[in-house]
Design a protein around this ligand. Structure first.
Ligand code: ADE
Length: 416
């Protein structure tokens, strides 16, 4: 039944329209595509990808295909896969194992079939594909040149593997490139999380008490945009330095239990599990709204809500109502999954242009250096990060200043 969705030609045409739209706004990928269509650096190579299967991702896949690769893709979250996009890629000759709202066993099967293609290069978002390859496909590991990981959460898992000497190939921490976290995590998440919350609820942010839990780059973006829309922002943190940053950025900083009493909208962006749980639900106001921006649906304790509260009752697309403590209503958005991808289309196109440009350059770097890199998680060389910035500036038509020779010398010397 679901495979027929992927093979649906009308759906594929609708998906292709979305891909054509994003293509117009991705100058970095366009420039790389132009270059790769001549040099075809990935000719004949198998690339396996686990990413949120939406239009921007699809355009990057087509760039890799143009560069000669045979690409297999699965989604990195059952709710973020868009069927029209999956169908469009299938029609273009990409191997696709994904559909929207796949059940847990289907999702795992998709991941498994993607891993089973004996890839030489990997792009992952959350670490599921790389960890499955290590667990279930040990014979394939020696053929893998390397992988590139998109998120903070994935890197935490992969660094834990490295620490136990389990990593069988090098992994590029795309998330740690400046052109990634400064833009994608901050401005991308900042905008797309509110896009998701607003699309799901159709409610106003101005005048509401917004509680942002976690003040990493994503939390910073979410808080900044909430404040820009007139929300009164409270930040909850466990890291003393980040808490101070939030304080000096002008937000109220208090423990979550205290914030829980007054909050109208709660957004988690911690990467940790069990962040909002029973103690917090118990003191929340009637009609509190809960959304998650972290990679996994573990930050809001859904199990507690399912066990203890009445519900869920779907009151609107992406909005589930739970009733607890008498008549108190709690609204959970997108089942506690990434609200920006489940209820909206993910980060803005111009932002993903840089993130996916970095992904593509990471694969090329792994290929050019195959066999020489340590089996560790490493950052992309700074010049490649800067290259993406140059391409983006060019795409935006922005010019900047350059140091002259005397200034360069001054900046490199220690004797003044
Ligand atoms: N679109 C594709 N991948 C994404 C990601 N990791 N975050 C937000 N939007 C995306």
């Amino acid at each position: 039944m679901e495979m027929s969705i992927i093979r649906n030609s009308n759906l594929a045409d609708a998906g292709m329209k979305k891909i054509n739209w994003v293509k117009e706004h991705m100058p970095v990928l366009n420039e790389l595509k132009e270059d790769f269509s001549h040099s075809r650096p990935f000719f004949g190579l198998r690339i396996a990808i686990c990413l949120h299967l939406e239009a921007k991702t699809a355009y990057m896949v087509l760039v890799l295909k143009e560069a000669g690769a045979e690409v297999t893709i699965t989604g990195s979250n059952p709710l973020s896969t868009q069927d029209d996009i999956a169908a469009a890629l299938f029609k273009k000759g990409v191997h696709v194992f994904a559909w929207h709202n796949a059940a847990p066993e289907e999702y795992h099967e998709h991941l498994y079939r993607t891993a089973a293609t004996a890839p030489q290069l990997i792009i992952d978002d959350g670490g599921d594909l790389i960890s499955l390859l290590h667990k279930s496909f040990p014979d394939q590991l020696p053929q893998v040149y390397g992988g590139a990981e998109e998120t903070t959460t994935g890197l935490i898992r992969l660094r834990a593997m490295e620490k136990e000497n389990l990593l069988a190939f090098p992994v590029i921490a795309v998330n740690d490139a400046r052109c990634k976290y400064l833009f994608d995590n901050r401005y991308g998440t900042g905008q797309s999380v509110w896009d998701g919350i607003i699309r799901a609820t159709n409610l106003v942010v101005a005048g509401k008490n917004v509680v942002v839990i976690g003040y990493g780059w994503c939390g910073k973006g979410i808080a900044m945009r909430a404040s820009g829309m007139g929300g009164r922002v409270t930040v909850c943190e466990v890291d003393p330095v980040k808490a101070l940053e939030a304080h000096m950025d002008g937000y109220q900083v208090i423990p979550l239990l205290a914030a829980a009493e007054a909050g109208d909208i709660f957004v988690t962006a911690t990467g940790c599990n069990g962040v909002i749980g029973g103690d917090h639900f118990a003191v929340m106001k009637d009609r509190a709204i809960l959304a998650n921006a972290g990679h996994f649906d573990v930050e809001i304790d859904k199990k507690y809500l399912n066990d203890v509260a009445e519900g869920p009752r779907r009151v609107r697309a992406n909005v589930d109502e739970y009733v607890s403590n008498g008549n108190k209503r709690i609204y959970l958005l997108s089942e506690g999954r990434l609200v920006n991808l489940a209820a909206a289309d993910g980060h803005p196109t111009e932002i993903m242009d840089m993130s996916f440009g970095l992904q593509v350059l990471s694969l090329q770097y792994l290929l050019n250096n195959k066999g020489t890199l340590e089996k560790k998680v490493t950052v992309l060389p700074a010049e490649l990060d800067r290259h993406i910035a140059w391409l983006k500036l060019k795409g935006l038509g922005l010019k900047i200043d350059q140091l002259n020779a005397a200034q360069k010398k001054y900046m490199e010397s220690w004797e003044l």
